[in-house]
Ligand binder design. Structure first.
Ligand SMILES: [Zn+2]
Length: 360
């Protein structure tokens, strides 16, 4: 066999393989960008816990140690008059998928003895303002807004990833590292359950909402005064994702991912900050504010930051009694905000501490 003839045969095989490859996996006409059904089944993994009733009972019973009594507000995005976000052919509506995932999550949380409040439990209109009002009058531990993403380019059927948003950026006054920490826990377990990666806008898939609306962020995160995060589970416009999202079992898997992230977060003994009113003192020359830190570990003094009237202010620390004393000289009548941020030695932040201080 001559080398030329061998080369000819190899070329034929290569061209033939290319054609076979095209017919089995290429389903996008690159000229007119029409997307054809690949005929492939949607891919997802069912967590073993969801197929084994004794295993799920064990896990939920374990998680109830950390979730029992926790008050969680679940906010399924959109709904009612707002049903415009959908996949290309309109068969998968974001509002419906958000609600589906939210109801599965509610069920897991109730089983783990958490208290759950929903901003909507059916296909109804709830304004963004009302969603925040429900949260702000609840004294809940967490507000969790559930969404699915869409691309702005209607021809983009490829983009897909999981992201979890927190409000503001590090170094902004409104940034709460506690919220960012919860976002990380949810993001990790949700992305894993869905077998999605995080987006490339950040290293771990958690994203500041200022990246979308600089200086404002998302209204539900900006206006909600209890800890809040917003999840964009995946893109309903992705050609594979739109198929998975139409399957109830997959929506339960998403809820399972979020549930696992929440339980693992609350499993950590989180420090807390409290204002002791009896020990606060007021004269016309000076206001003394007295705050205690509840932390089983030795006090992590260098992590403490205090703001009064949105400006950083000096303070005294008693590391043995775990007290912080803040002195405001020549206080003026009015309403002010006291904000304290604290992280324990492991790096776990206390629940956001923001108190209105009224001087009259
Ligand atoms: Zn949405």
């Amino acid at each position: 066999m001559t080398n030329k003839f061998l080369l000819f045969i190899l070329s034929c095989v290569f061209i033939a393989l290319n054609f076979i490859g095209c017919s089995s996996s290429e389903y996008v006409n690159r000229k007119d960008k029409t997307v054809y059904d690949s005929g492939l089944s949607p891919y997802y993994e069912i967590p073993t816990a969801l197929t084994d009733s004794s295993k799920i009972a064990d896990i939920i019973s374990d998680y109830s140690k950390f979730l029992k009594g926790k008050k969680i507000i679940i906010d399924p995005g959109h709904g009612g008059a707002d049903r415009k976000n959908s996949n290309r052919d309109g068969s998968v509506i974001e509002a419906d998928i958000n609600l589906d995932v939210a109801l599965y999550l509610k069920s897991f949380l109730i089983d783990a003895e958490a208290e759950v409040l929903m901003t909507r439990s059916s296909d109804q209109t709830v304004s963004l303002d009302d969603r925040s009002k429900i949260a702000n009058s609840s004294s809940a531990d967490l507000f969790l807004s559930i969404h699915h993403n869409t691309t702005s380019d209607k021809m983009d059927y490829r983009t897909n990833y999981t992201s979890t948003f927190y409000h503001a950026r590090e170094n902004d006054y409104d940034y709460e590292p506690y919220e960012h920490q919860i976002a990380k826990y949810i993001q990790r377990d949700l992305a894993y359950a869905m077998r999605n990666s995080g987006g490339l806008a950040s290293f771990d898939g958690t994203i500041s909402d200022y990246l979308i609306y600089e200086g404002d962020g998302f209204a539900v995160l900006r206006n909600t005064k209890i800890p809040a995060v917003l999840i964009e589970c995946s893109f309903i416009t992705n050609r594979f994702e739109e198929k998975r999202l139409g399957i109830k079992e997959f929506n339960e898997i998403q809820a399972w991912g979020i549930f696992n992230g929440l339980a693992k977060f609350f499993k950590n003994k989180i420090p807390s900050i409290n204002l002791i009113q009896d020990k606060c003192e007021y004269t016309k020359d000076q206001l003394k504010l007295f705050v205690t830190v509840d932390d089983p570990f030795p006090l992590n003094v260098k992590s403490i930051n205090v703001w009064y009237n949105k400006s950083e202010i000096d303070f005294d620390v008693n590391p043995i009694d775990k007290n912080i004393e803040i002195y405001v000289q020549n206080p003026i009548e009015g309403e002010y905000e006291l904000k304290v941020v604290y992280a324990d030695k492991r790096g776990f932040y206390a629940k956001p501490f923001n108190r209105k201080i009224l001087i009259k």
